[in-house]
Write a protein that binds this ligand. Structure first.
Ligand SMILES: NC(=O)c1ccc[n+]([C@@H]2O[C@H](COP(=O)([O-])OP(=O)(O)OC[C@H]3O[C@@H](n4cnc5c(N)ncnc54)[C@H](OP(=O)(O)O)[C@@H]3O)[C@@H](O)[C@H]2O)c1
Length: 236
């Protein structure tokens, strides 16, 4: 299958690329850190993985202004697309009154606008696939009625926007072969979590979470569409 994973340079995204390539799929791996992406490809190749990893160093916060470059790279490798995992994320643990326009812009451009634009830009490739599944990675903080944390108002509301977008797209494209789902993650031990909540030990590793997301991306579209699914032993 042809797959796009964003946020592939570390943590959950990196583990996802390893798993998909181990299973023989072709993955375009997107993040800003070029070196990490090429290391990831090297590690997948030296592990003997059957699939292909295509590193695509790209800043998703600047996707709107670089859309033609983005589309050209995707079309260079894929004639159809089966799975998108919109996993890249930006979290600033910052009080509401100290969250300036830079934090607001970066949070929404990476966590929401980039995911929306990637889906929009790749729709023709998704539509011609017999099976297509878009999996948006959200957060428990972005789920209505969940426990909220001070310092995460901008981050959590950007994830909430992504959750509602997922529901809307499932409705708008229900007559097509594309399924759209949103996984609202609880705490996972990654660099993001360590930076946001120093000292907190999450009950789930990036590898364990990637196992679940990988399986869900490959099989969840048979049973779910337009769902916001909490994947959490605990919050945050
Ligand atoms: N860890 C948790 O406890 C937790 C809980 C709930 C939800 N989540 C969500 O799960 C997803 C993965 O989280 P994580 O903990 O694995 O995060 P992470 O360790 O911070 O990794 C984030 C990834 O996103 C990429 N990224 C960030 N900004 C980018 C940009 N402007 N352009 C391209 N790529 C960018 C980073 O790569 P570069 O820096 O190389 O660009 C990195 O590969 C995120 O959406 C996060 O919000 C995580």
């Amino acid at each position: 299958m042809n797959i796009i994973v964003t946020g592939a340079s570390r943590s959950i995204g990196r583990e996802l690329v390893k798993k998909f390539s181990q299973a023989g799929h072709t993955v375009i791996a997107i993040a800003r850190s070029e070196k990490e992406l090429f290391n990831l490809r090297e590690s997948c190749n030296s592990n003997g993985n059957k699939g292909k990893v295509i590193p695509f160093p790209f800043d998703l916060s600047k996707l709107a202004e670089n859309m033609e470059i983005f589309k050209a790279e995707i079309h260079k490798h894929f004639k159809h697309l089966n799975i998108i995992i919109n996993n890249a994320g930006y979290l600033a643990n910052s009080s509401f009154e100290n969250s300036g326009i830079e934090i607001i812009h970066k949070s929404f451009s990476v966590n929401y606008v980039a995911a929306l634009l990637i889906i929009q830009a790749t729709l023709p490739l998704l539509k011609i696939s017999k099976k297509a599944h878009v999996v948006n990675i959200g957060s428990m903080g972005g789920v209505q009625g969940s426990l909220k944390f001070s310092g995460l108002s901008v981050y959590s509301s950007s994830k909430a926007a992504l959750a509602v977008l997922t529901e809307c797209l499932a409705e708008e494209y229900k007559e097509t072969s594309i399924a759209f789902n949103h996984l609202a993650l609880g705490a996972v031990q990654t660099e993001m979590l360590a930076e946001a909540f120093p000292g907190y030990q999450a009950p789930v590793s990036a590898d364990e979470m990637a196992d679940y997301i990988c399986d869900f991306a490959l099989n969840g579209d048979k049973l779910f569409n337009g769902k916001i699914i909490p994947v959490s032993l605990s919050t945050p």
